[in-house]
Design a protein around this ligand. Structure first.
Ligand code: 3PG
Length: 180
């Protein structure tokens, strides 16, 4: 999987190409387009047709209905801020990776029961950052984390250096790419 996952918020559909080509120019071939704006579905569709070689997924997917819409639009992976059994079921049906937000042992156990072994750790800075990931890895050595929320250029390498970190997510990748 991609090691860097930009959290992309598309406010206007016209911004889709500008943001994705900036990411690509910056060496990032992945984009998590969030279902926080009304044009998310359309933006995923557009991103998949204009950038077929990029790994375009959907973020902030909080229910099965959004998940079906995201997958129909072409999303190749699904991310949620928390864990939804409904979303997990839809992803399983379509055989697509699902990264639910899990920050407590109970949430991680719920993910494991659904057959999920890679989870988003969000908001990473609030829930203890790398220290928390290391503590959680003791009882859950089979779990890989995607810390997101408060990840930036200063702490990125530290997160990536930990072998239980599958990838890091953040909106700062977009800001960086656009400001280059
Ligand atoms: C997310 O939804 O994953 C967060 O909004 C990303 O957090 P960040 O803006 O601190 O990177």
């Amino acid at each position: 999987m991609d090691k860097l996952i930009p959290v992309v918020v598309i406010k206007e559909i016209e911004d889709t190409e500008k943001i994705l080509s900036a990411l690509k120019k910056n060496g990032i071939d992945c984009a998590e387009i969030t279902f926080r704006t009304s044009c998310a579905e359309e933006a995923i569709k557009l991103a998949c047709s204009k950038f077929p070689d990029m790994n375009v997924g959907a973020g902030t997917v909080i229910n099965s209905e959004q998940c079906e819409k995201a997958i129909a639009a072409g999303a190749k992976f699904i991310v949620s801020p928390g864990l939804s059994a409904g979303v997990a079921g839809v992803c399983k049906k379509h055989n697509l990776p699902y990264y639910p937000g899990c920050v407590t042992p109970t949430e991680i156990m719920a993910a494991l029961e659904l057959g999920i072994t890679t989870v988003k750790f969000f908001p990473a800075n609030i829930y203890g950052g790398l220290k928390a990931l290391k503590a959680l890895s003791a009882p859950f050595p089979q779990i890989k984390f995607i810390p997101t929320g408060g990840v930036n250029r200063d702490n990125l390498e530290e997160f990536l250096a930990f072998d239980k970190v599958a990838a890091v997510g953040g909106s700062f990748f977009v800001d960086e790419a656009l400001n280059k």
